[in-house]
Design a protein around this ligand. Sequence first.
Ligand SMILES: NC(=O)c1ccc[n+]([C@@H]2O[C@H](COP(=O)([O-])OP(=O)(O)OC[C@H]3O[C@@H](n4cnc5c(N)ncnc54)[C@H](OP(=O)(O)O)[C@@H]3O)[C@@H](O)[C@H]2O)c1
Length: 376
Amino acid sequence: MKKIALLLMGCGGVGRQLLHHIVSCRSLHAKKGVHLRVVGVCDSKSLVVTSDVLTGELDDAFLSELCRLKSNGSSLSSLSDFGECRVYANSESNNTILEIAALVGKSTGLAFVDCSASSETIGLITQVVDLGCCIVLANKKPLTSRTEDYEKLFSYPRYIRHESTVGAGLPVIASLNRMLSSGDTIHRITGSLSGTLGYVMSEIERGKRLSDVVKAAKSLGFTEPDPRDDLSGMDVGRKALILARLLGRHIDMDSIKIESLYPKEMGPDFMSVEEFLDNGILLLDNDVQERVKKASMNGNVLRYVCVIEGTRCEVGIQELPNNSALGRLRGSDNVLEIYSRCYSEQPLVIQGAGAGNDTTAAGVLADILDIQDLFS
Ligand SMILES: NC(=O)c1ccc[n+]([C@@H]2O[C@H](COP(=O)([O-])OP(=O)(O)OC[C@H]3O[C@@H](n4cnc5c(N)ncnc54)[C@H](OP(=O)(O)O)[C@@H]3O)[C@@H](O)[C@H]2O)c1
């Protein structure tokens, strides 16, 4: 049985779902001759580690208890009296993680899995790369920081996987990597990569007002607690940067043109969420409606997309033919159209749910299994 040691950063929606998937796939993985050995889990405040990192693991009963605690909003520090493990406070976590990475990385190999939503993990990840560890990311931030950090992460390209950073579990990164490694030249990528903005744009097209759609989306739980986090386009901008860098562009976030759906004066520094939803967003309705009408007179629809083509990398509202894959988009699906030498007339289209803990964690798990050959 091949044992893959892993250390999980972040135990929120995606991290917990990953642990559930690991436990529920035990017999499936056993049939494939693989066992995932969870040596440690951390949240923003603490790190929980098995007492024997070289051969031991946090067992399944412990992982279930850990998930139960985290779903109740507790910190991992409250696990101190449970089972054969050690709990470290935030201040000691990073050094302990580096010690574990050095020890386990050298001995059997270690998958360092970042399911946090933090930019604070970047420093640690760039260090564990040098300790021979594999990196699996759902967190976009390490891939969208400075070019030096990005290049450091890809020092050993076979040791890093990040499928879930764009389109959750959709095979976006894997498909692009296969095309690139076969010498196919990618000319253009156009993608609707935000479930929330995809939903908002398709509802507006049906005649609804922006303000009503955003409020409804918020009450259905489709948006971030502050919907401006979605409407700013920053998250789509990060995904665009990840794709552009994958295509070999040496750019950073500043090089990406990002259209925000609200003006600066309605930003979090100037208005509360309530003020924005009660007053601010109403002032944006007419403009968006005008743009929808104009597009429709041209036989087109409006979509909030990222476009990567030549030196162009931008994110914002675009008028697109209503009979294209993006134009037909309804609801919260993600859609990506890829034009290349092999797909020149009709694009390669990847479509499906681009968010959700289940599909995102499944993408992370598939990435971990994909690097199993790197473990001794
Ligand atoms: N959910 C999706 O549909 C989806 C899709 C694609 C990608 N992603 C990405 O997946 C990641 C996780 O998403 P999520 O929805 O699970 O987020 P979440 O529920 O907010 O969970 C984030 C977790 O990270 C922990 N954390 C914060 N700072 C940390 C640090 N410095 N070190 C270690 N852990 C830290 C948090 O700790 P506390 O519990 O102590 O706060 C929390 O457990 C994000 O980067 C997100 O962008 C999510």
